[in-house]
Design a protein around this ligand. Structure first.
Ligand code: SF4
Length: 613
């Protein structure tokens, strides 16, 4: 079989058993790779009784058929486990270099189960793995730990390494990936799963070749499309993911003051353009990516100097900045760097701090609770201090690091009314009152309020994908057809997370579904067509839903926070509308072939060949 090694490294940390499993060819063909294979394994090898932090939970890091092949923006992998934050299907997609090293080490992925008696790390290379002692770095931050790990293994290796937040199993703990670039598997608390297993890091290095069906044709196709990619993503690469902040603020997509306000002059001060003109010192790219949207910054003076590190991305600026009304870009960069060191999700961290600021404003928490920190809107230093508290699990920071849902439940009073989350996950920095597809996708995505589950808002602005029945940009507020459009985009994102391909490959129509399918066939020789490709995405989406249904999820859980359904924002030239969620959900379930209760029907599962799982 080409495109894969068909090898999954399985590590049981309880009995320290390491084995390489041969993956079944038909199974790979059906689930493609990445999240598809992970969803199948998680569904089959865990059950509703598997506690997220128990030894029985399994953590997987999978590559896909595109990994290591040179396909543009394919230097990524996908991690899956039952989420400690939501209690549901947990997943996170991350770029960098870990994936390519894993595949070049002769493996399609790594699965870890069990729990080590003491802190260890996994050293994966040349198709094999060793369990090594991590006691010397237990308690140290992710950057210091990565430095030590590279000295112990290989300086060219990449470390997926948790910080103190993951070690103490905080709900919003991430898995920072540190190689030539810093990227984090940030969402759904997967760092806590590593912490629960006493697994400090998974360090990988590989340099083997990857089997490809038609390598010369693939190379020619990539060479052909690369100038186009570079052309249409020029501004995106130059200004990074936050280059569009001013426009997003203007049109009502940017989140402001815990999702309450419509317009905010401060947005300009924290945009990617401002970063470019002030603290940016260079661009960085995940492996096999010509776009290079990663930021590197340098700060030599001021209260947060010195900084010579990765810069914040759009979502981070939107949440630690806009949601908290902080217009100090350097402070946001500092908070971002601290989140990476402690191993905290910047999106959740910003959402939780904004929630805490509103609780402070309403007198539900006081200065006594914050240990004297004046937690008021726009207080940049308070945001930095709160990140420290969450990272260390200190004072109120311990509760905050468990997520806004749990924090609201603990605070009581009316806190639950302004804790902004779906299924326990804080939303990314895209307002569902501006894009109804995001409203629907936030409500129905397996992991909660996640823009990446559909990545549909650009298609409600400017993009189209005629090959899958999206011939033109969609009206963001039109109800008719919204369910079908959203479901198609969710299916597409699922199969892209199986390949694995970056969302930003869609910027400016840089890469199309036709490219995906062409490259998949050149790599695997499958002869798959676009309907077959989209069917794989639909299968994966439904499988994730089945996993959550087994945990009790149904229509009652496909909600949006009341603020998104009742508060219309105002501001000059601002357009936004309240999403009619009930109607959207009914349309959506009908299109998906689910019952009105939000459950996939037996007929649908049979059609997707999921009925025998
Ligand atoms: S576009 Fe950015 S995030 Fe995506 S693969 Fe390239 S560098 Fe990584």
């Amino acid at each position: 079989m080409v495109g894969y090694h068909r090898k999954l490294l399985r590590v049981n940390l309880t009995n320290r058993r390491i084995e390489v499993q041969d993956l079944d060819e038909a199974m790979i063909r059906k689930y493609v790779g990445g999240v598809g294979i992970e969803a199948k394994i998680l569904y089959e090898e865990t059950d509703a009784e598997t506690h997220p932090l128990s030894p029985n939970n399994i953590l997987m890091a999978m590559t896909g058929p595109f990994t290591g092949t040179g396909v543009p923006t394919s230097g990524r992998h996908h991690l899956v486990a039952r989420s400690p934050l939501t209690g549901l299907f947990g997943e996170s997609n991350v770029g960098g270099s870990w994936a390519v090293h894993c595949k070049r080490a002769g493996l399609d992925g790594v699965l870890v189960v069990g729990k080590s008696e003491s802190p260890i790390y996994l050293w994966v290379h040349d198709g094999k793995a060793e369990i090594r002692d991590a006691k010397p770095i237990w308690g140290r931050d992710a950057f210091e730990s990565a430095e030590w790990l590279k000295k112990e293994t290989l300086k060219e290796a990449t470390a997926a390494v948790i910080g103190p937040a993951g070690e103490r199993m905080a709900g919003i703990a991430t898995i920072p990936h540190i190689g030539h670039i810093v990227r984090a598997a940030a969402r759904t608390g997967l760092g806590a799963v590593m912490g629960s297993k006493n697994l400090k890091a998974m360090v990988v290095y590989g340099n083997d070749s990857i089997p490809i069906a038609k390598p010369d044709s693939l190379k020619a196709s990539i060479k052909n499309v690369t100038p186009h990619i570079l052309g249409v993503t020029e501004a995106f690469g130059k200004y990074g993911t936050s280059g569009g902040i001013e426009n997003y603020e203007k049109i009502g997509n940017f989140p402001i003051r815990n999702w309450r306000d419509g317009r905010w002059a401060g947005a300009k001060k924290i945009s990617g353009i401002t970063m470019h003109d002030t603290i940016l010192s260079g661009r960085k790219a995940c492996l096999n990516c010509p776009i290079a949207c990663g930021r590197h910054i340098k700060v030599t003076e001021g209260p947060y100097a010195p900084m010579d590190c990765e810069g914040p991305e759009y979502e981070t600026i939107g949440t630690l900045g806009g949601l908290c009304l902080v217009d100090d870009l350097v402070a946001i960069a500092k908070a971002n760097n601290l989140c990476n060191r402690y191993g905290l999700d910047t999106i959740s961290a910003g959402g939780i701090i904004a929630f805490a600021m509103e609780a402070y404003e309403k007198g539900i928490i006081t200065r006594k609770d914050t240990d004297g920190i004046e937690l008021v809107w726009g207080n940049a230093d308070a945001v930095v201090k709160m990140v420290h508290k969450m990272g260390k699990g200190e004072g109120i920071g311990k509760l905050m690091a468990e997520g806004s849902k749990k924090m609201a439940e603990a605070l009581g009073k009316n806190a639950i009314e302004f804790a902004i989350h779906v299924k326990g996950l804080e939303p990314s920095a895209h307002d569902p009152r501006r894009f109804f597809s995001q409203a629907l996708s936030y409500a129905t995505a397996a992991r909660g309020a996640c823009h990446n589950a559909s990545w549909s808002h650009p298609y409600e602005l400017a993009l189209s994908m005629p090959e899958i029945g999206i011939p033109e940009p969609q009206d963001p507020y039109q109800i008719e057809g919204k369910a079908e459009f959203t479901a198609k985009m969710q299916d597409l994102m699922c199969v892209m997370d199986a390949l694995i391909l970056c969302r930003f490959s869609q910027v400016g129509k840089a890469v199309t579904v036709t490219n995906h399918v062409d490259w998949l066939n050149l790599i695997t020789d499958w002869g798959i067509d676009i309907p077959g490709y989209m069917l794989a995405g639909e299968r994966i989406f439904n499988l994730k839903r089945m996993y959550n249904v087994r945990l009790g999820i149904s229509r009652k859980d496909d909600f949006l926070p009341p603020r998104f359904l009742t508060l219309l924002r105002t501001g000059e030239d601002l357009t936004n509308q309240l999403p009619p969620l009930g109607r959207l959900l009914s349309d959506y379930y009908a299109y998906r072939g689910w019952g009105e209760d939000g459950m996939p029907t037996p007929e649908k599962l049979k059609e997707l060949e999921l009925d025998r799982l």
